[in-house]
Design a protein around this ligand. Structure first.
Ligand code: DLL
Length: 434
């Protein structure tokens, strides 16, 4: 028996959803045109006026927004309202250019938390649950988003944040956590740690998990479900659109329902920008339909997905997206953190190394390993092991400051990384993520 947080919206007939989206889009375009000069200029360049947008069918007349626009407009250029109406920011790690800062009014936060509440209820959550949130808190959207959703549902919320697995397990067992929210790799790690401590899956009170922020496979789902004795649900989102809860899985576990009353999704050909029909694989593009602080029209996520509106046994009518099947840029997600090779190059150059390097990412026992092989300059190269180790430690610290996670640095002899005749192979990702 399906549960809904907002049944009238989640099961709304498709023609009514489309009418609602059309109405909201017209208003949102007008709002953005009037309040965001950066986007108004883009509309003017494309020769499109708010009056030209009469409904969803006109959306392809609007220009796209990309991460480059976010960089150009950083920090305040895409803000939709006066700062006095903004109550919070969230952000992703990265260089100034790559950092995404999203702004929220109180209404934006309420909407975001409602989206997360829908996900929690779809996973079986009620006000009798103990919701254990070990996504990171702070600037990352995972902790605050699920925390807010959990409050809305009325669960007893454990704002654990990430790390300190022993403490996570102690709270989980002592307080009887029933819903676990974290990255899938951390969930798998908690499963292993419980087993190492001698607990069997039936010893914990967990019944469901809400896992996202990074790619994970069906095999990983089965492993987590088995080791924790739960049902594991996927959740998707990105800082630009608000955070987790843009879409979420229901009991059918065959894709994630997009909260279509707030986000309009399109799939485009990443090369041509052409909108592709339902069922085809391409880049996911989102338009926020009612955000005020950081409204984004036709934002290119770079996530490659498929959309489908096949009827779902849960009764929800909102369109479903597949798990992201890849990226159309070079972003990697390592231990739940977004990493661009360009950030690594920036650090290397700043620290006096050449950009001859190779990144090797793997997944060992469900935890990502992250190694960077860096060529030493002849001046820095030393045959004293301790000197090389110190340089490795210093570089690892500089990387950590930039990326938010710790790579293992291996300094190697000058000219020892294979030169390529074409595009250099900078990243070797051995994980099987899709
Ligand atoms: O990862 C928001 C989030 C937090 C989602 C907690 C789910 C749970 P960002 O740090 O901005 O935001 O990263 C967004 O992460 O474009 C995808 O490439 C990837 N991603 C997010 N959820 C999933 C998922 C958060 N369920 C980027 N499966 C997105 C695969 C995901 N990739």
């Amino acid at each position: 028996m399906a549960n809904y947080y907002q049944p009238e919206i989640e099961t709304m007939p498709v023609d009514e959803i489309k009418a609602l989206q059309s109405k909201k889009l017209v208003e949102q375009v007008k709002y953005v045109y009037e309040n965001v000069p950066y986007y108004r200029k883009k509309m003017e360049e494309k020769g499109v006026k708010p009056e030209d947008i009469k409904g969803i069918e006109d959306i392809s007349k609007l220009p796209f927004l990309s991460k480059d626009d976010l960089r150009d407009a950083y920090p305040y250029g895409l803000l939709g309202t006066d700062l006095k109406n903004i109550v919070r920011i969230q952000s992703t790690s990265g260089t100034t250019g790559r950092r995404v800062v999203a702004f929220y009014t109180q209404e934006d936060i309420d909407m975001w938390e409602e989206c997360c509440a829908r996900a929690i209820v779809a996973a079986g959550g009620t006000n009798e649950d103990v919701c254990h949130v070990c996504y990171g808190y702070g600037l990352f959207t995972g902790g605050p988003g699920l925390n807010g959703g959990s409050h809305k549902v009325g669960c007893m919320t454990l704002p654990m944040s990430s790390g300190n697995t022993d403490r996570q397990i102690q709270f989980m067992m002592d307080l009887g956590s029933t819903i676990l929210c974290c990255t899938p790799s951390y969930a798998a790690y908690i499963g292993e740690s419980l087993a190492e401590k001698g607990y069997k899956p039936e010893d914990n009170k967990l019944k469901a998990g809400i896992f996202g922020a990074e790619p994970w496979t069906e095999e990983m789902r089965q492993e987590i479900e088995k080791s924790l004795g739960i049902k594991a649900y996927d959740i998707y989102g990105l800082t630009e659109t608000s955070g987790p809860g843009v879409s979420f899985e229901c009991e059918e576990q065959t894709g994630m329902h997009i909260n279509e009353d707030h986000f309009y999704a399109e799939i485009i050909d990443p090369k041509t920008g052409e909108v592709l029909p339902e069922g085809e694989k391409g880049e996911l593009v989102f338009t926020s339909l009612d955000k005020k602080g950081f409204p984004l029209l036709r934002y290119r996520t770079k996530d490659i997905c498929i959309l489908t509106r096949k009827p779902c046994s849960c009764g929800r009518t909102h369109i479903k997206m597949s798990k992201p099947l890849g990226r159309s840029d070079d972003m990697m997600i390592i231990r739940g953190v977004n990493v661009f090779p360009s950030q690594i190059e920036t650090v290397l150059l700043k620290e006096g190394y050449t950009p001859n390097y190779q990144i090797v990412v793997d997944r060992v026992k469900n935890t990502d390993t992250f190694d960077i092989y860096v060529e030493c300059t002849p001046e820095r190269f030393s045959d004293k092991v301790s000197e090389m180790q110190n340089s490795e430690k210093e570089l690892a610290l500089a990387m950590r400051a930039m990326l938010g996670i710790n790579p293992k640095i291996h300094l190697v002899a000058p000219k020892s990384i294979e030169r390529s005749e074409g595009k250099a192979v900078r990243v070797i990702d051995k994980r099987k993520l899709h």
